[in-house]
Design a protein. Structure first.
Length: 72
């Protein structure tokens, strides 16, 4: 996963956790604007989420943040 996507995931997870608490869930769509201008990056996130880790549509933000921090 490219560094810019890692940073974006961490930023979004941290913001969502700060706003809504540690039980907040999100999908990989949370890392993108409603109008996606970078389909390659969206597919990279989707592949990481769905193909590589076989995550559910919604996962806890703390789980995703921890996975990204550990380099998974």
């Amino acid at each position: 996963m490219r560094d810019s996507l890692r940073r974006k995931i961490m930023e979004v997870c941290d913001r969502k956790i700060a706003q809504k608490g540690p039980d907040v869930g999100l999908s990989f769509y949370a890392f993108f604007a409603n109008r996606n201008d970078d389909p390659g990056l969206l597919m990279e996130a989707a592949s990481w989420w769905i193909k590589t880790h076989q995550l559910d549509h919604f996962e806890k933000a703390v789980k995703i943040r921890d996975m990204v921090e550990r380099g998974h």
